[in-house]
Design a protein around this ligand. Structure first.
Ligand code: NOJ
Length: 544
């Protein structure tokens, strides 16, 4: 199917290089039909809000047909919309409206595993060991005299063994939940299927893909043991994520997959792109996913993991910028997403966390490259830490006691009663309850309020869009000499310059000579010809 009316907003093929992308966790963004779960029509109704916020694109988490064991990252039909989220027609209307407003749409692609409800897996279960149906997945015989032990020591990211036994005695691999069997990416039909899925969504007008577990897919030949797991040593293999090489992640052969995908992306007009959710042992290995014949971007999770210190931020920023120069692609910054504790809470309790989060956001938005925002961070939402256990839905919770539900609580839009405008009046309660404190954090409560986090983001995004030194990824970062614990860098474009200063020193600092203050995460006090920058604050200064 071709849908020529679904054209991207501009013909700028490089739009993604400095784009601000807003991550929509679909089931928690806006509920149009009152069933307590967000949906595509809810997104469509709130597109003007996102346009006014000043973002360039949306990344939608999976909305495909799914039993929702892992929030939709268990896909049963890659070419359809789950009824919970709407229909394909809703998707088409949504993307048409988004493009008309100048917003691009990135969808999530989940190639490492399917749902256990996927027809291929159902056929595999119904077929015999050794059958072609089983070959779409990674079935293997167990160890021990009766094959009663898993084929190797691999561990699920969600805790427990990565293998589940089926009634005929074989085991299948699932790096995540047992309801997410891993595909066999050495099978040509698996590869063909995903080329077709890419084309399906490209034909519907999507501007790009966020690739889930982009470092997965290929497993080391022979499925060798890692050598330890939490059952044998109490150490979880996932502790090595981003720190060491595991035989099921970041195998060289995975790059063949992307080299086959890139020509397809490039064959469509308007700069269709892909961003990798990939974890690799070193920044150098992560950089291998990026390039003219592979993917366009990879999230820089080291930035998200930086601790609140000038040294920590400076180090990850410098490393990421060096790598980006080598591969010729801009860095992809991110502070929060649907898998991580919200950065307001990560940076400290109460007001300190919010102060730091606002400062970190100004820091991120002043860096060259693209920035991914997670829905609700523009409201300064904290993690919800006290959700009742019985409401938690993250499959990892049952296996590890850790849950990602606290960052997935539905967005407060307006009103005085929960769920604060997330659904229509009289609708069902939201699938996770918003705390009462969120009434004061709603979009309506913050709109037009000077100093609110929402207005800070709006100001920062407007400046980022309009200021010549921030509008492209071209201007390099020039670090300036500062007091200890203070970061300051300048971006220059011709006669224009913007300086970002962040105070991580633990004491107020007096700063001078950077130009006119145009944005600040906390109030600046005039001091002589300069300003006092409070503790845990950032500010932008303009020179023309
Ligand atoms: C990464 C996704 O961001 C996460 O939410 C999901 O649970 C896993 N991949 C498995 O698909």
């Amino acid at each position: 199917m071709t849908t020529p009316h679904l054209t991207p907003p501009t013909t700028d093929d490089d739009w993604w290089r400095s784009a601000v992308v807003y991550q929509v966790y679909v089931r928690s963004f806006a509920d149009s039909d009152g069933d307590g779960v967000g949906d595509l029509r809810g997104i469509r109704e709130h597109l003007p809000y996102l346009r006014d916020l000043g973002v360039d694109a949306l990344w939608l988490t999976p909305f495909y047909t799914s039993p929702m064991v892992d929030g939709g990252y268990d896909v049963a039909d890659y070419r359809d919309v789950d009824p919970m989220f709407g229909t394909l027609a809703d998707f088409d209307h949504m993307i048409t409206d988004a493009h008309a407003l100048g917003l691009r749409i990135i969808v999530d692609l989940v190639p490492n595993h399917t749902s256990d409800a996927h027809p291929w897996f159902q056929a595999a279960l119904a077929a015999a060991p050794g059958s072609p149906e089983r070959d779409h997945y990674l079935f293997a015989d167990g160890q021990g005299p009766d094959g009663g032990l898993p084929p190797n020591d691999w561990e699920s990211i969600f805790g427990g063994p990565a293998w589940t036994r089926v009634p005929d005695g074989q085991w299948y691999l699932h790096l995540f939940d047992p309801a997410q069997p891993d595909l066999n990416w050495r099978h040509p039909e698996v590869r063909e299927e995903f080329l077709d899925i890419l084309r399906f969504w490209l034909d519907r007008g999507v501007d790009g893909f966020r690739i889930d577990v982009a470092h997965g897919m290929i497993k080391a030949e022979g499925l060798p043991d890692v050598g330890f797991n939490s059952m044998t040593t109490g150490r979880r293999q996932s502790e090595l994520l981003g720190k060491g090489r595991l035989p099921y992640f970041d195998q060289d052969e995975v790059h063949d997959v992307y080299r086959a995908w890139r020509p397809i992306l490039d064959s469509y007009p308007g700069g269709r792109m892909a961003v990798a959710e990939a974890w690799a042992e070193t920044p150098q290995r992560l950089a291998r996913y990026i390039g003219p014949d592979e993917l366009h971007q990879a999230f820089s999770f080291d930035f998200l993991d930086a601790t609140w210190s000038a040294d920590s931020f400076r180090k990850v920023i410098d490393t990421a910028l060096t790598e980006s120069t080598i591969v010729g692609a801009p860095t992809t910054w991110v502070l929060s997403n649907h898998d991580k504790q919200r950065h307001v809470t990560r940076y400290g309790d109460g007001p300190q966390g919010l102060r730091r989060a606002r400062a970190a956001s100004l820091l991120m938005l002043a860096l060259p490259g693209s920035a991914y925002l997670y829905q609700g961070e523009e409201l300064g939402l904290p993690e919800v830490l006290d959700l009742p256990d019985e409401l938690r839905q993250d499959p990892a919770f049952l296996r590890t006691g850790e849950s990602r539900d606290g960052c997935r609580v539905p967005i407060p839009w307006d009103g005085e009663l929960a769920p604060y405008g997330f659904g229509p009046p009289g609708g069902a309660p939201s699938w996770l309850p918003a705390p009462a404190t969120w009434q004061a954090l709603s979009v309506a409560a913050q709109t037009g309020v000077s100093g609110s986090t929402l207005e800070l983001y709006r100001t920062a995004l407007r400046i980022r869009h309009d200021h010549p030194a921030l509008a492209t990824d071209a201007g390099e970062v020039v670090w300036l000499d500062t007091d200890p614990g203070v970061l300051a860098f300048r971006r220059v474009a011709g006669p224009a310059a913007l300086t970002c200063v962040v105070n991580l020193s633990g004491a107020p600092v007096t700063i001078d000579g950077y130009g006119t203050a145009i944005a600040a995460s906390a109030e600046l006090t005039p001091a002589g010809t300069g300003h006092v920058l409070p503790v845990d604050a950032a500010a932008w200064f303009d020179e023309h």
